[in-house]
Design a protein around this ligand. Structure first.
Ligand code: GLN
Length: 484
């Protein structure tokens, strides 16, 4: 069910929010044991909120389009009084005393929170296997991963365990699981959604965004969460409004494709790109060849900077300020050391070590500063490309969902899978992952559209037109006439 479906059903009185919420809770009860998409289910909280919304509706109060609709949050988004663990032993009992801005905006719009979703520990990973609560399974193929780190949210939306969810994207964590699970994952422009209350991984990349069943839902949720931004100094400019322009025709929009970057993708992903080129042409867009520098150059830039920021951000988990303690210890040093060694998982420890190394005296210049320079260069490359086109078409991932049992020989093997997603984070660009049929083993395949910074409305507009044609008109909606 989409947000529009639910909203109509509630408005027409075909069901109440309580009934809808009960149905979702029953599905969670039935399926979550196998999927492990939720690590906390907030049934009482959800039913209470649903009841309040039903009462408001009965009284004839004006309600938001999201009112009474059941949804979920990735477990790194702070919820007052509801445990927020980042799927780490470090925060297994942590209950925030405040709400994240993005959640607070949805809460005010009367969203019904079903629970908190599984993820890779502290959002570091691409598989949803690196969680202290065990792995999330792919809803269509339990032997595969749902992707990560927002894998629990993508699996929940795919399996009908939430109408939509919020996840976070530092290096692809919304888009990659969305592509693996056949749903929509939208990473907004950096600075348009507040990071206040999002547990920090790499602050100059982190961004909250929606995981939804369709583009119109993503736009609707985005327009709400972009409204509340007082807690984040990196947010500037007016709040975005994308629903208004969603259905415009994209006739004449130039969409750039750099075919050389397809060499990292397997056959089914290339097929999905070719199919989407046809679909976009049919929607009236003009496909133009563009050229970006070798994309693999983005990987060390991202992993050096993200690990450096993580090593600093995760310094607060010492068992005293944040994080559970570790029993008796002889002194401060031993207490901190034991807490951090026992409570962080191996991937988080690896990244803290890498980050500390690249920032250390003598290496800071060679790694951290060099990566910062390259980051600026990449922002310039994108700026140049966007002089020739209004959006870019790219793969999201090199392959469809990989097997739970797949372990690369070295960690960099997994990092290389992020080749198509990290560039947008490096340059702070809005990017969306859209389902595009099926690939290998009948698993969902996805494609990605990327737009210039703050052109979120144009991006969602192009995505909506793509979706309408890709679904062979089953959405039954026509694009508005008139070019952009
Ligand atoms: N795969 C990326 C990483 O491991 C994604 C992280 C993210 O977007 N949170 O860092």
């Amino acid at each position: 069910m989409t947000i529009t479906d639910c909203c109509r059903a509630l408005e027409d009185g075909r069901c109440t929010s309580r009934e809808l919420t009960r149905q979702f809770l029953a599905r969670i009860e039935e399926k979550n044991q196998t999927l492990n998409a939720y690590v906390t289910v907030t049934a009482d909280h959800a039913l209470e909120k649903a009841q309040q919304v039903d009462e408001k509706r009965e009284r004839g109060e004006g309600l938001s389009a999201l009112a009474g609709i059941p949804m979920a949050l990735k477990d790194n988004i702070s919820t007052r009084g509801i445990r927020t663990t980042c799927c780490s032993r470090m925060l297994e009992d942590y209950c925030p005393v405040y709400d994240a801005d993005a959640w607070s905006a949805l809460d005010q719009a009367d969203a019904v929170l079903l629970g908190k979703n599984n993820m890779d520990e502290f959002a570091m990973g691409s598989s949803c296997r690196d969680s202290c609560f065990g792995p999330t399974r792919h809803p269509d193929a339990p032997s595969r991963v749902p992707g990560g780190s927002s894998g629990g949210t993508a699996a929940a939306v795919r399996a009908g365990l939430a109408v939509y969810g919020l996840g976070s994207d530092t290096g692809g964590s919304l888009r990659q699981p969305a592509a693996f699970c056949g749903v929509v994952g939208f990473k907004p422009s950096y600075g348009t959604v507040s990071r206040y209350g999002l547990v920090a991984y790499a602050s100059s990349f982190d961004q909250i965004g929606p995981v939804t069943a369709c583009v119109a839902d993503a736009a609707q949720v985005y327009d709400v969460i972009t409204q509340r931004r007082s807690g984040d100094a990196a947010c500037s400019g007016p709040a975005q409004s994308t629903v208004r322009t969603l259905r415009r025709s994209i006739r004449g929009l130039r969409i750039g494709v750099d075919e050389t970057m397809l060499r990292y993708a397997d056959g089914s992903v290339i097929q999905a790109i070719e199919k989407s080129m046809r679909v976009l042409r049919e929607a009236g867009a003009e496909l133009v060849p563009v050229s970006l520098p070798e994309l693999s150059g983005c990987l060390p830039v991202y992993y050096i900077l993200a690990c450096a920021e993580a090593s600093s951000n995760l310094g607060r988990y010492d068992g005293l300020r944040y994080g559970g303690g570790s029993g008796e210890a002889a002194g401060y040093e031993e207490a901190v050391c034991r807490t951090r060694s026992e409570r962080f998982g191996p991937e988080v420890r690896r990244r803290i070590l890498l980050g500390t190394y690249v920032l250390s005296a003598g290496y800071g210049k060679a790694y951290y500063q060099r990566a910062q320079q390259l980051r600026r260069q990449w922002c310039g490359y994108f700026q140049q490309v966007f002089e020739q086109c209004g959006a870019l078409l790219m793969p999201v991932t090199p392959s469809v969902a990989f097997a739970q049992s797949w372990r690369p020989v070295d960690p960099a093997g997994q990092y290389r899978q992020d080749i198509y997603t990290v560039p947008a984070n490096i340059a702070g660009l809005p990017a969306i992952s859209l389902p595009c049929g099926t690939g290998e083993a009948g698993l969902p395949a996805g494609i990605q559209l990327v737009a210039p910074r703050f052109a979120d409305a144009r991006l969602l507009n192009a995505a909506w037109c793509f979706e309408r044609i890709a679904a062979c008109g089953t959405k039954g909606e026509e694009a508005d006439p008139g070019g952009i």
